[in-house]
Design a protein. Structure first.
Length: 244
């Protein structure tokens, strides 16, 4: 009886499901002649002109400040065209990209909890000044003219990651908003303030946008805090991916 139980338990150990993976995937170096972009559709992921650093950031859905990687991660850029066996949502795509990075770049990493200076993003008085998306879709940015910036199908984590990239600190989403939203910002007043301050024409006062405009335009606010944050520490990766 003990032997039978042992065999049953052992068989269960070997029955672990394989990590989700793309059916086909190609990775090619990009000489930075194209603009950077990412397209996510049902079953297809296209990433153009992005460094390994960004690939890890998107695959693991973290902010840049949550990645401890060697400097070369931000140097060479790559194009990825990957297709799943069937319709796949964005969450599964991220897991599939994790598998692809492990298979093709030999990526190995571990998570490490670190106490960091962070900014916490919460709702300001009066609540959000944007609407939930009424259609299905993945996160996309769109700029209309010099000053109008729009984010479509944006999660609050997408917004937090973008802000974190600008200020170099993790931004923790505590808004409680779990959907996808249509976010529009008219940045003209902040360009004017930058010009008044003597900076070059067309430049923005990013700190004013993040700490004043965020509240005025979107109904969100940032507050400094200190929290334990999960950081991805890169243990190993190859600079050149294996052949397609």
């Amino acid at each position: 009886m003990k032997l039978a139980i042992a065999l049953f338990v052992c068989a269960g150990c070997f029955a672990q499901p394989a990590p989700p993976a793309f059916e086909t995937a190609s990775i090619h170096p990009n000489p930075r002649v194209e603009r950077s972009e990412i397209q996510v559709s049902s079953g297809t992921l296209i990433i153009r002109n992005q460094p390994v650093f960004f690939l890890v950031e998107w695959a693991y859905d973290v902010t840049p400040a949550q990645i401890d990687a060697p400097s070369w991660f931000k140097e060479s850029c790559f194009d990825i065209v990957a297709k799943a066996a069937g319709p796949t949502d964005e969450a599964q795509m991220r897991l599939m990209l994790q598998t692809l990075l492990a298979d093709r770049f030999g990526l190995k990493l571990h998570k490490e909890a670190r106490t960091e200076q962070v900014y916490v993003m919460t709702l300001a008085k009066g609540g959000p000044k944007f609407q939930e998306s009424t259609t299905e879709g993945s996160f996309a940015l769109d700029q209309t003219g010099a000053f109008m910036l729009a984010a479509h199908h944006a999660r609050m984590t997408d917004l937090a990651q973008g802000i974190g990239a600008e200020i170099g600190r993790p931004v923790v989403d505590e808004t409680g908003l779990k959907g996808r939203y249509e976010i529009r910002m008219n940045l003209a007043p902040y360009a004017a303030r930058a010009a008044d301050g003597g900076t070059s024409p067309g430049q923005f006062d990013m700190m004013s946008i993040l700490f004043t405009g965020l509240q005025d335009l979107l109904g969100l606010k940032l507050e400094a805090s200190k929290q334990s944050v999960d950081v991805l520490v890169i243990d190993h990766a190859e600079k050149t991916p294996t052949e397609n």
